[in-house]
Design a protein around this ligand. Structure first.
Ligand SMILES: Cc1cc2nc3c(=O)[nH]c(=O)nc-3n(C[C@H](O)[C@H](O)[C@H](O)COP(=O)(O)OP(=O)(O)OC[C@H]3O[C@@H](n4cnc5c(N)ncnc54)[C@H](O)[C@@H]3O)c2cc1C
Length: 430
């Protein structure tokens, strides 16, 4: 077993998605020595389908399948799933976190000052998103443009590669923070899959990881697990936390599609606008799909008649807040079935989305099979970590989607950035 013994770092951060990258950057900016260990690669993002499949489409790695055969994807690359996310900045659940003694108002302000967050300008909002928004508003919905993590000056309106990784540097991703951490001296090792944490007298003191076929160890005073909603609980299990990876959410969704005869589009920024149907437990948003994904979702439900209709397809995503349940198998298999009540929420959303599409002039409305979006709640605050995100092993912290304590049903990146900033401040005091 090779050891990175030439130095002991102040902190090791496992995983470089929004949670991990934020902690790493903040610690490095406070002159802490930081080592980031990332399972995926650090190839420049080129916005191609081939790279997307490598980072997010390999079964058992980026693509996971639940007991109901829902597909759930995650980015295994520097920046994690944020490389492929839609950049929508949903405001953090301040009230929910307050119940757990977590105040993030200051961090929200810091994120707002640091990152470009604004609704898309009219220039960048695509015609399909506009048509859906106008139709929804005509029917009385309070359907609004969504704030985006995006440098809009760099964005090209008809590029539509957000879902394949933005090649223009317009979409903010956690890689930006990884780069900033490295500028401040942090080290990054790619292809490093952490398997467990080294402890001594109830304190974390390093990690064990696989790297190019060998097992290696690295040492630090503090360790942060930020391997995502699936990755972090699996590592914790090896330390005797049997409840890690139980009773979680995964934000199931469907795509509701219809075709309009008078449009030749299909290439625009997804999730430009949305409505949160809080009482009914779901979000609806425009979601123009990349052609390959449209093809997959259409064929999956046998709608071969729609296969070539991508240029005229209006799509609304309906994403529900699901009930907690299920467990992760030892190898990360997602053993969770969609509850009847969650299916009913999605059906209600399907009905409403269908009305909006038909009012927009779309015919042939149909829905995709279920997908799952954001796995989380696998290492909940108050159960497996305290309000400082520390486990019962001293100096072992968790900072990613897994700590979210309740089903919430909304995209979590903005929240994770705030939690990461708050954690780095607390870690720096130790
Ligand atoms: C298609 C899509 C669209 C989305 N759109 C939005 C959106 O518009 N807005 C929003 O807020 N959210 C969105 N999300 C969700 C958002 O991207 C994720 O919730 C967020 O990235 C989670 O961050 P994280 O830090 O928890 O983990 P992740 O982003 O999953 O990062 C975890 C990192 O850990 C690494 N890792 C895993 N296991 C190990 C290990 N054992 N050792 C070392 N490294 C490991 C992974 O490679 C990865 O880099 C979207 C997600 C997807 C898939």
């Amino acid at each position: 077993m090779k050891e990175l013994k030439d130095r002991e770092y102040d902190a090791i951060v496992v995983g470089t998605g929004p949670g991990g990258a934020t902690v790493a950057k903040e610690l490095a900016q406070r002159n802490r020595s930081v080592l980031m260990l990332e399972w995926g690669d650090n190839e420049p993002v080129n916005g191609t389908l081939a790279q997307t499949i490598r980072n997010m489409g390999i079964p058992g790695k980026g693509a996971l399948f639940t007991s109901d055969m829902l597909t759930m994807v995650r980015g295994i690359t520097t920046g994690g799933s944020s490389i492929y996310y839609y950049g929508t900045a949903f405001y953090p659940p301040v009230g929910m976190l307050k119940k757990y003694n977590i105040r993030i108002e200051d961090e929200i302000e810091e994120v707002n000052n640091e990152l470009p967050i604004a609704p898309l300008s009219d220039r960048l909002m695509g015609p399909m998103a506009k048509r859906i928004m106008n139709s929804a508003r005509e029917l009385g919905y309070d359907w609004k443009k969504m704030p985006k993590f995006m440098d809009q000056d760099k964005c090209r309106p008809e590029c539509s590669k957000c879902g394949y990784g933005c090649p223009h540097g317009a979409k903010w991703t956690a890689r930006n923070f990884v780069d900033q951490a490295r500028e401040k001296g942090a080290a990054l090792i790619n292809g490093a899959k952490v398997t467990t944490v080294l402890t001594d007298n109830g304190k974390a003191r390093g990690v064990v990881f696989r790297h190019h076929g060998t097992t290696r160890r690295a040492f630090a005073k503090q360790v942060v697990l930020a391997a995502g909603g699936i990755g972090s609980p699996l590592i914790l299990r090896t330390l005797g936390f049997p409840d890690a990876g139980r009773n979680f959410f995964y934000d199931p969704l469907i795509a509701v599609m219809g075709t309009v005869p008078d449009m030749e589009g299909g290439r625009e920024i997804p999730m430009a606008s949305a409505i949160h149907m809080e009482d009914e437990g779901y979000v609806m948003s425009d979601m123009t799909l990349p052609p390959a994904l449209y093809g997959i979702l259409t064929s999956e439900v046998g709608r071969m008649d729609q296969l070539l209709n991508h240029p005229g397809a209006l799509t609304i995503m309906v994403k529900a807040k699901d009930s907690l349940g299920g467990y992760l198998s030892g190898s990360g298999g997602v053993r969770k079935r969609l509850a009847e009540s969650d299916k009913q929420k999605l059906s209600r959303g399907y009905k409403r989305a269908g009305e909006i599409l038909r009012n927009a002039g779309a015919g042939q409305v149909f829905k995709s099979y279920f997908l799952a979006a954001h796995p989380g709640g696998t290492v909940k605050i108050n159960e497996l970590v305290d309000s400082n995100l520390e486990t019962e092993i001293q100096n072992l912290f968790v900072c990613d989607c897994s700590v979210i304590p309740e089903a919430w049903g909304l995209p979590p990146t903005y929240t994770l950035l705030c939690l990461g900033k708050r954690l780095a401040k607390n870690m720096s005091k130790i």
